[in-house]
Design a protein around this ligand. Structure first.
Ligand SMILES: [Zn+2]
Length: 394
C-alpha cells in the first residue's frame, strides 16, 4: 500500500509549508504574545535541588525545588538528507530556520545527557483532583540530575515535506518503532531517520537519561493525518482509498509509542493560532481534533500551542478560552519562550510551561552570541552540521 501524497489535494496544503513551522517555531519570527513569560522568571539554575528526601539504588534522591522551573526543549522533524532539504527551493528556508539535522540532534542529545539532564514527563510534576484542581507533586531525582521535558512538534510528515529528505512515516517493525524513508535514489530504507527512533536507540544505551520511564511529548495536529498516515476524514475522504486501514495502522504505531513511555499532546487540528482565534474557532478546531486525532493517539490533557501563541499573557489564566479548554480536559499548556532556560506557572487549575525552540534560528542566535539560552544545554559551536550552510538559518 502506498499513500498518495501528491494527489491528496486539500485546503490544508495551502497553509502548509514553512509558515507552519514558524509556529511551533519561534518568537523570533512571530511574537506569540506581547506579554512574554520571560518577564517574570529567572534562570533554571536557581531551581536546583534542595532537601534530600530518600534513597534509591542510584544513590540519594533529591526533591526538585520548584516544579514551575523545569526546562523544556522542542524540535521539529529532523532533516535526514541535508542535500535535499537545503537545496534552495521554496521550502529550504523554512527547513534551515525551523529544523535541525540528524547529525545535529545526536550531538545535542549527547551533550544534554552529559550535562546531567534527565527526561521527565509533565505528568511527573502535577496531579489533577476530581474538581479539576492541579496540585504540584514532589519530583524526586537522582542527586545532581536536572529535569528536562522534550517535545517533538508536528510529527505528521506533512505533505509539503515529501521528497525533501524526510521520512515518510513511523512504523513498528520487530517490536521497534522505526521510520520508513526513501533515500535520494528512491530506495526505501527502514530505520532511525527521525528523533523518536533515534531517542529510542539513545535511551537503550543510556537508560538513566529517563526518569521513571519518561521520554517525551509529541505535539500532534490532524489536518494531514498523524505519524505519516493520511488518516483525516475531513482532508482525505475522497483521496485516500486506504483511509480505514491507515487509521488502524496509525493506531498500532501510536499504541507502541505510548507503551514505550512517550505521550501525545494536542497541537490543534489545523495548527491554529490560539492568540488570534476567537473561542468559537478554537472550539470548532478542538472538536475536529477530538473526532479525528484522539481516537488514534488517545485523549490528552496536554496542549502545545502552535506558533507558541498563548491564550493569555503572563497573568493567571481565567478567560473564556481557558474556561473552554479546561472544560475539554486540558490541564497543562505550553507556549514558547527561548529567552530563559525555564519558565512556568502553576495556577491552581493548570500548569503552564514555556518551551525553547532548538532549530536553525536559535542555533544562529547562540553562535552569534545574541542569546545564551542554548548554551545551558549544549555547546552550539560543536553541534553544527557541516552540511548546514554558513548562514546557519534561512
Ligand atoms: Zn507546530
Amino acid at each position: 500500500m502506498k499513500i498518495s501524497r501528491r494527489t491528496a489535494v486539500i485546503s490544508a496544503s495551502t497553509f502548509a509549508g514553512a509558515a507552519i513551522l514558524s509556529a511551533c517555531g519561534s518568537k523570533d519570527s512571530e511574537p506569540a504574545n506581547d506579554a512574554s513569560p520571560s518577564a517574570s522568571s529567572g534562570a533554571s539554575d536557581s531551581a536546583s535541588g534542595s532537601a534530600s528526601s530518600s534513597a534509591s539504588p542510584q544513590g540519594p534522591l533529591v526533591t526538585w525545588a520548584d516544579n514551575t522551573m523545569v526546562s523544556h526543549l522542542f524540535f521539529h522533524s529532523l532533516v535526514a538528507d541535508p542535500k535535499r532539504a537545503f537545496d534552495g527551493d521554496d521550502e529550504a528556508k523554512g527547513y534551515l530556520d525551523y529544523m535541525v539535522t540528524i547529525d545535529e540532534f545526536k550531538k545535542i542529545i549527547q551533550q544534554v545527557y552529559d550535562r546531567n539532564y534527565i527526561l521527565i514527563s509533565p505528568h511527573q510534576l502535577y496531579t489533577t483532583g476530581p474538581d479539576g484542581s492541579i496540585e504540584l507533586k514532589p519530583l524526586e531525582l537522582p542527586e545532581g540530575k536536572k529535569p528536562l521535558v522534550i517535545s517533538f512538534d508536528d510529527l505528521s510528515y506533512y505533505e509539503y515535506m515529501d521528497g525533501d529528505g524526510f521520512p515518510d512515516r513511523l512504523i513498528v517493525k520487530d517490536g521497534k518503532i522505526v521510520n520508513e524513508y526513501r533515500d535520494a535514489a528512491g530506495k526505501k530504507q527502514v530505520g532511525a531517520y527521525d528523533h523518536l527512533p533515534i531517542m529510542e536507540e539513545f535511551l537503550d544505551q543510556h537508560p538513566d537519561f529517563s526518569h521513571d520511564g519518561a521520554k517525551g511529548v509529541i505535539a500532534m495536529t490532524g489536518y494531514n493525518g498523524v505519524l505519516g498516515y493520511r488518516t483525516s476524514d475531513i482532508s482525505y475522504k475522497d483521496q485516500n482509498k486506504n483511509l480505514d486501514q491507515d487509521k488502524k495502522d496509525a493506531k498500532k504505531v501510536a499504541d507502541a509509542i505510548k507503551k514505550n513511555g512517550w505521550e501525545f499532546a494536542s497541537h490543534s487540528w489545523g495548527h491554529i493560532n490560539f492568540t488570534k482565534s476567537p473561542v468559537d474557532h478554537i472550539r470548532a478546531d478542538n472538536e475536529k481534533w477530538q473526532a479525528e486525532v484522539a481516537p488514534i493517539v488517545g485523549k490528552t490533557d496536554l496542549l502545545i500551542y502552535p506558533f507558541g501563541a498563548d491564550i493569555a499573557g503572563i497573568g493567571d489564566y481565567e478567560n473564556e478560552k481557558f474556561q473552554y479548554l479546561k472544560s475539554q480536559g486540558f490541564n497543562a499548556f505550553f507556549n514558547v519562550d527561548a529567552s530563559v532556560p525555564a519558565w512556568g506557572q502553576a495556577g491552581g487549575k493548570y500548569l503552564r510551561q514555556a518551551r525553547i525552540n532548538v532549530d536553525g534560528i536559535s542555533l544562529k542566535h547562540a553562535i552569534e552570541g545574541t542569546s545564551q539560552t542554548l548554551n545551558e544545554f549544549f555547546d552550539p559551536h560543536t553541534v553544527l552540521d557541516p552540511q548546514r550552510p554558513k548562514s546557519i538559518s534561512g
